[in-house]
Design a protein around this ligand. Sequence first.
Ligand code: ACO
Length: 399
Amino acid sequence: AIDINKLRDLTGAITIDPGYKNSGSCKSEITFLDGELGILRYRGYSIEELAESADFLEVSYLLIFGELPTTEQLEKFENDIKKHSLVNEEMKSIIDGFPKTAHPMGVLSSLTSALTAFNPKSVNVDNEKEMYEAICKTIAKFLVIATWTYRKSMGYPLNYYDNTQGYVENFMQLMFKLPTQPYKASEVVINALDKLFILHADHEQNCSTSTVRMVGSSHAGLFASISAGVSALWGPLHGGANQAVLEMLEEINKDGGDTDKFLAKAKDKNDPFRLMGFGHRVYKNFDPRAKIIKKAANEVLGTLGVEDPVLEIAKKLEKAALEDEYFKARNLYPNVDFYSGIIYRALGIPTDMFTVMFAIGRLPGWIAQWKEMRENKEPIGRPRQVYTGHPLREYKSKK
Ligand code: ACO
């Protein structure tokens, strides 16, 4: 094998690979995906099986610690998360400083970073106990502050984690419980959310995960690294696509439902419009998560008795795009974001919280990848460049 470092020292050769389309940044045992065959597995288990039968914290444990938990291990994990679910009261004054109109993802990224101030100890990765505690803390507090971004934007009082309920149930009560009324989300809702979170839980070296690993590679703490991941996820080419999809579907609906018109726009190279929720850097056949989510969208809306015209538009758009030569030639298929927003909407989640939902789901993946990176003692991430600017110039002031 060629030793790339020796080759570089000898020749000065640097590989230019914008967007890292062909560069592997690490070896990883966490998630396997085959973009040609549409395969996704967490720690060797197929996403289809996990989405069908497992629950979110079980999958989180699997991703982070490498094996499915026993009943005792899972119970302990859930209890340890509960133990850390209180968020420092001073965090509330930070939230109060944001305008009500602030996007929840911006607030979430800031609050996650702010958690560092209240938990200043950097995680000693050689100390299993300390690492475990940091993981439970992150999982617990991230859920609470994620929902606080919504409560704040609505001007509602902030809710606290209810230790008598499970993690996903807690998400719903943290979001929607009103002060004087008891709150219990229905089983259909909990199952749908469990499935959605599992489907988003990891996706190997995507933009936000690579960001988490990169930031963590300087030995920045877990909260700081996750906060950077949230910012990376926010963009419309990544997690922000789920919000963009729904806004696009609503626009098509308002416009009279003419999907062909929007398809033509997406194909027009002079028009920056892209069909949101279509295409993927790795999946060039189909995104297995999209198949599961489409089925779930039909089931959830059917069970809840929700009739949403945007679901029909999404199906029409998908069918037309799959038959279209432009989309076929470029292997553009619906991705995980195409149908997820329709389910979120049916569950009463506001559009600008969709990417926050993605972040809650992706959290265990970020943690697992951060942990693996640190345990493998990976070097600091520091890509090279080819300089294309001016040669040496003499300084002459232009003042
Ligand atoms: N609509 C129209 N054309 C598209 C789309 C789309 N959604 N996606 C890609 N294309 C076209 C490009 O214009 C390009 O055409 P060309 O070869 O004629 O220039 C070709 O397909 C390849 O596209 P790239 O942008 O080079 O592919 P890349 O792998 O860099 O990008 C991405 C992947 C960012 C996901 C892209 O498909 C996209 O912008 N999709 C819409 C946004 C989206 O849904 N993002 C969510 C991704 S999944 C996730 O992060 C969870």
